[in-house]
Ligand binder design. Sequence first.
Ligand SMILES: NC(=O)c1ccc[n+]([C@@H]2O[C@H](COP(=O)([O-])OP(=O)(O)OC[C@H]3O[C@@H](n4cnc5c(N)ncnc54)[C@H](OP(=O)(O)O)[C@@H]3O)[C@@H](O)[C@H]2O)c1
Length: 278
Amino acid sequence: MENKLCIITGANSGIGFETTKALAQKGAYVVMVCRNEEKAEAAKEQIIKETGHSGLEIVLCDFAIQAEIVEASKRIKQKFDKIDVLINNHGFLASERNETVDGLEETFAVNHIGYFLFTNLLLDHIKAAENARIINVASEAHRAGEFDPDNLQLQEGFKPFKAYGNSKLFNILFTKELAHRLVDTDVTVNCLHPGVVASNFGQSGSWLMSFLYTIGKPFMRSNKKGAETQIYLATSDEVENTSGAYFKDKKKTNPSRIARDADAAKKLWEISEDLCGF
Ligand SMILES: NC(=O)c1ccc[n+]([C@@H]2O[C@H](COP(=O)([O-])OP(=O)(O)OC[C@H]3O[C@@H](n4cnc5c(N)ncnc54)[C@H](OP(=O)(O)O)[C@@H]3O)[C@@H](O)[C@H]2O)c1
């Protein structure tokens, strides 16, 4: 990974932190895209201390705010000519239905539009690298998701886990349509489930979700183990020519039927373009 530029979102915590550390250990230059400067600086310092590798920098971005996504991508594009690896890793679970400054339901905005807009804004720089890779962190929670183009943002029937499951389904549909659009390039895009991981995930959800995550932690896999599949997708020669796939434990696996629906993937892309003002 030496001389490779990797961009990773949500790099300060959980599996994003472990992935950043592993990429740094392998010699990559890593841009940590995070929303909280203090947490990001602490994570960066810890990684430098543990790896002895100082090729890391922070770009701040709250993925709930489209203007910040535009600004963060501009900063990256001004500084670097090409991007070898983009890992869309950040994610969260809302406790109730809130709308962002852009008027979008927050889970949909952060978990789906965050990946969609950021990737599209960086795409020319990704295409400029040789054999670049895009990795989207999805989840088995997508199996609880539904694709209803008239209710993507759950104006009707909002439930926190429903919104989360939908957003993770949209990560897979986004991967599928992007792979289709990139078929004539040497860029690959894949997505994954990291396992059930004892990260900080779930703390922003309802008290019940936060409680379940806290008491369940001893039975969950470590952040280091949870990061393995995305590190594999970012670095292994074995997946050099694989695109549009969903992985679990470093193996290709079938997502739900709706996650494999090409028409749903195309429709979601078109709606997302409109919502980003493309
Ligand atoms: N943990 C699991 O069991 C599990 C299972 C399946 C899939 N996943 C997926 O794995 C990915 C990583 O999660 P994790 O388990 O490592 O959880 P985590 O420890 O909570 O890390 C999530 C990261 O996302 C960032 N983030 C959340 N909202 C953001 C926003 N609006 N703008 C910018 N950054 C934001 C967080 O920043 P702050 O630190 O500032 O909050 C944090 O860096 C997520 O996509 C999640 O959906 C996790």
